[in-house]
Design a protein around this ligand. Structure first.
Ligand code: ATP
Length: 473
């Protein structure tokens, strides 16, 4: 069974992901992407961008992170984007009240107290206010997992948005928020995009960008962080057609994850029973992480909730005029909302593999291989001289600099050739080119495939064409 620690340590060792501000002890819920991580991240975003915007009906956008504070009143984030929090007075540990109750239910199930578990579950599904959560915790004497005591504070709603101030004065009038989702930047630009493009409904607007949430429990590496990146698309449709577009996007998005290399067995749909304040239907695409199933993308039917509210709060009309029917209406929205950074972590988990392969000494050797879709791989090709003499390094250097003009490449001349292959396998490099004695005679090189480990000989002048045939990024 793959452990998350294995991925975290590989990511650090190979310069994929580091803890943020590590030399100061780190900052919880924030991570930095190293030299290979940033390549992987860019490739992932590029694949999404191409799939979502290189088509007739979707336009791209890059809105600013700071937005007019009224945006968040209209969207409901100021009043609704909260988690119910409770503190234990003895241990001082802080919990999300609903998580605390859920974990207690799980413990009861493990102890086979099914009736009690069901009873609490039912109360939890009806709980709405902080007082409801508090009453469940008190009624069932749910203890603090740390101190074992039941001395709790009240449950309070805690807003997840980061607040800051614009301009030199730190007063209420200058409060702004770091956006907790990219979607609102799309809604407030709906009219601008509509008026400046030739789109007709149905059409979408796509955006990739940072989002920030002051999550209480940051955990599981990139899964729940305070700063993360989203890739979101809002699809504007005629009211009454949202169900069919919902099905369409559900299938499109699932297929995209399969296309970029996810194995189908590790993906599933999960229908939401509890809906967010804006949604009429929500289905998650979940991935089987080492710690269990977790959402990587949500498909949401958001009705006209957002556009209608922005119209009301801004006083600007956000209707669509249909020239064919002479009707005016506020479009309904189907949203696809994915996390770039969370998906990147899923990709690492999905592609990690270990296997025993014959070594140069004839024994078996364990190799770690990231079976990444070649388009996602941070390095597309590594170039090696078999030995550091006889003109091989010069030949290999020349190949490296030629290839680098088209694809991210790497040159490595240190250690045994087998070890160099292993180093590339571990970071998912799909191809390795080796310059050997024969190269010097007839200008052919070996090109090794990461997954099959098979080598073919090709003319050195064919390398770039070979890679172009295999890769699109
Ligand atoms: P969760 O229930 O896991 O908190 P959510 O339902 O609040 O997620 P959405 O608001 O639908 O998530 O956000 C869309 C996507 O953004 C998620 O599928 C996820 O990939 C990503 N995402 C949301 N919150 C975080 C976070 N704190 N850290 C990393 N990615 C996140």
């Amino acid at each position: 069974m793959l452990k998350l620690e294995t991925i975290i340590s590989l990511a650090k060792r190979r310069g994929i992901i580091f803890q943020s501000s590590e030399i100061y002890g780190g900052l919880n819920g924030c991570w930095d992407f190293g030299p290979l991580g940033v390549e992987l991240l860019r490739n992932l975003k590029e694949l999404w961008w191409r799939a979502m915007t290189y088509r007739d009906d979707i336009e791209g956008l890059d809105a600013s992170i700071l937005m007019h504070p009224r945006t968040w009143e209209a969207s409901g984030h100021i009043s609704q984007f909260t988690d119910p929090m409770i503190d234990n007075k003895v241990s001082k540990a802080r919990y999300r009240a609903d998580n605390l109750i859920e974990e207690f239910i799980e413990r009861m199930q493990k102890k086979e107290k099914f009736e009690l578990a069901r009873e609490i579950e039912l109360r939890l599904s009806n709980a709405k206010t902080p007082a409801d959560f508090y009453q469940i915790i008190i009624d069932y004497k749910i203890p603090d997992p740390v101190s074992g005591t039941t001395e709790w504070t009240e449950v309070r709603n805690f807003n997840l948005m980061f607040k800051t101030f614009i301009g030199p004065v730190e007063d209420d009038a200058s409060v702004v928020y770091l956006r907790p989702e990219t979607a609102q930047g799309i809604y407030v630009n709906f009219k601008n995009v509509l008026d400046s493009s030739r789109q007709k409904i149905p059409f979408g607007i796509a955006q990739i960008g940072k989002a920030f949430r002051n999550e209480i429990n940051t955990k599981n590496f990139l899964f729940r962080t305070r700063e993360f990146e989203q890739m979101e698309m809002q699809y504007f449709v005629r009211p009454g057609t949202e169900d069919e577009w919902f099905e369409y996007w559900l299938n499109e998005r699932f297929q995209w994850f399969v296309d970029i290399g996810f194995s189908k067995e590790k993906l599933r749909f999960k229908e939401h029973e509890k809906l967010a304040h804006y949604a009429s239907r929500a289905v998650d695409i979940e991935f089987l992480f080492p710690f269990g199933w977790g959402e990587i993308e949500g498909i949401h039917s958001r009705t006209d909730y957002d556009l209608r509210n922005h119209q009301e709060f801004s006083g600007k009309r956000l209707e669509y005029f249909d020239p064919n029917t002479n009707e005016k209406f506020i479009p309904y929205v189907v949203e696809t909302s994915g996390g770039v950074t969370r998906t990147l972590m899923a990709i690492l988990c999905n592609s990690y593999d270990e296997e025993d392969v014959p070594s140069e000494k004839g024994t078996l050797e364990r190799r770690v291989v990231l079976r990444l879709n070649p388009n996602l791989a941070p390095i597309k090709v590594a170039t090696f001289p078999l030995v550091n003499k006889d003109g091989m390094p010069e030949f290999a250097q020349k190949i490296y600099s030629d290839v680098q003009r088209h694809f991210k490449a790497m040159y490595d001349d240190s250690g045994a050739i087998g070890r160099r292959y292993r180093r590339q396998d571990e970071i998912g490099t799909p191809y390795c080119v080796t310059v050997d004695g024969e190269t010097l005679q007839n200008s052919t090189v070996t090109i090794r495939d990461r997954d099959s480990m098979e080598q073919v000989r090709i003319d050195a002048s064919q390398i770039i064409q070979f890679l172009k045939d295999k890769l699109s990024l």
